[in-house]
Design a protein around this ligand. Sequence first.
Ligand code: AMP
Ligand code: ZN
Length: 666
Amino acid sequence: MTIQEKINQLRSELNEHNYKYYILDTPEISDYEFDMKLKELQELEAKHPEFFDENSPTQRVGGGITKNFETITHQQRMYSLDNAYSFEELNDWENRLQKLLGDVPLEFMCELKYDGASISISYENGKLVRAVTRGDGFQGDDVTTNIKTIKTVPLVLKGDFPEKFDIRGEIILPIAGFNEMNEKLIALGEQPYSNPRNTASGSLKLQNSSEVARRPLECLLYSIVGANQAFESQEQSLNAAKSFGFRVPSQSKIAKNLQEVFDFINYWDTHRHDLPYETDGVVIKVNRLDFQEELGYTAKSPRWAIAYKFKAEQAESVLESISYQVGRTGAITPVANLSPVQLAGTIVKRASLHNADQIEKLDLRIGDAVFVEKGGEIIPKIVGINIEKRAENSQPLKYITHCPECNAPLERKAGEALHYCTNEANCPPQIVGKIEHFIGRKAMDIEGLGGETVQQLYDNRLIYSYVDLYELKKEQLLPLERMAEKSVDNLLTGVEKSKSIPYEKVLFALGIRHVGENIAKKLAVAYPNIDLLMNASFEDLVNQDEIGEKIAQSIIDFFSDLQNIQIIERLKNYGLQFEAVTKESTQVSDIFADMIFVVSGKFTQFSRDEIKQKIEDYGGKNGSSITGKTSVVLAGADMGPSKLEKATKLGIPIWSEEEFIEKLSE
Ligand code: AMP
Ligand code: ZN
């Protein structure tokens, strides 16, 4: 067997095992055997890069980095769905259909409405070529590299597939996987994700595909487009998709009439909590594709489909007490403690209350019978009170006036919803919370240090502020519980490494109230070193893009506090980055001044990044998608036909790589 044959054999074996494991759920070999084969293939591919294949099973582990997601125009628009909230509305819908089609017997395909992020995946000659998010329905982001890491997405197809088609579906995060991700975060002392849907759609836009590979995402597919002439009905196309190796949810069912649709809905309204993932309704589609075509689309959705939304489930419970949590910024969050009640498949004991206004608006009182509802969030909320059950002697609730942790007075600034503990410097949860924030992945990213250890260091009086991390000594740490020599070394190396974390992240890490990751970036550009920022006036700050009065005031307050100034002085002395690294201008000419380029396709002389750099070196700007403002489209090989069409339609000049090089030498 030649090397190439061996590689091909391993690839098809691995694809087949992947299919058996993830799609059919009938694995034939152990995980260990699978990993060994994968490893063998990885080694062969590494030794023989000439046989590289972008759809090899080895590509699943990720590794590709996407800095900017390219905008792609959908060949066929991705529509929304009209919603129905009652059976009556479904009756009306059927009447409209009958009117348009002229009283014909209608069959429906009932599918669950999967709650995730929609995706459109293109296949050509049985190979995955591109995956694009829904975006605004007309254009989405190219997330191919990330999608390829999802095991339920086939990279190569089986069976008798059409030469070219798109398939649409939903990227979802099963509840168990979501909970597991959150448990890990909580153990690290980090903020858990709020719900599976947002986490799934956020995952698609991660820059590092190996991070995506680590998340237990799945892909459920429900519609083939662009090859419909091949099928007569939605049912047929779903069966075909299954035979090509796609994961098509098994719950889909044909209804011969509207009554059977209602039966399907009623069944899943009660059984949906047994599913491994979230669903918020049922999508009902006219089964015959010729009818679908005849019915067509309104401005935003197909006439031949409708989404029936389940009502959010409610339960009644009793408000036993309210606890107040103190966050790292001193923000107080009230949490309702309820008598345990069964809701949407779980037992609920707590509900979020957001803030004092909400309590007042509901006129919530201890002992009240309350209605709780579970939406997309993990923590349910109180939506109302059963006023008939209220005790006669019940008293309006008084919001706390002092911090439950340190007893300092609370303060609520005009225009803000939350109360804050005023004892910023000495309130224990604020101190610990600030340090946890400081070491977080998006801030100083200190490896070898997690939330529990921070609490331990604080309890042992080794740190009072994040600046103290830079004074920790090995001898101090070794005697602590759970601190082996190796963990101590890791911690100290992590602290040392953080000294080279860039300025913008340091700004974020400081934990200035209202200064998030994004604002920190903006500030780092507007004030390229900390002294400039410290001396900025209120007027100067609010003049910056995206800095409002609330943020400006918070920055002023932060730097008016002597303790903060001292901490920053100390951090400076330890060598943290308090200055932006300015990229030296490499501009050589301004022949492209005021011109916006869109670069697309592959080039021979330059990489894409190099060509973008060249454009800037010659005074031009890079745009991400073709719009009326685009001056030139720079087209390499394999530029998408839709882009070409758009550029031509807008009359934008299209340059080849050669033409571009010629202009440079002019
Ligand atoms: P909406 O965003 O509420 O207008 O609903 C439309 C979205 O529902 C589509 O873009 C899909 O992402 C999603 N969806 C989930 N399950 C299905 C399904 N079985 N058929 C069609 N769309 C679905
Ligand atoms: Zn406090």
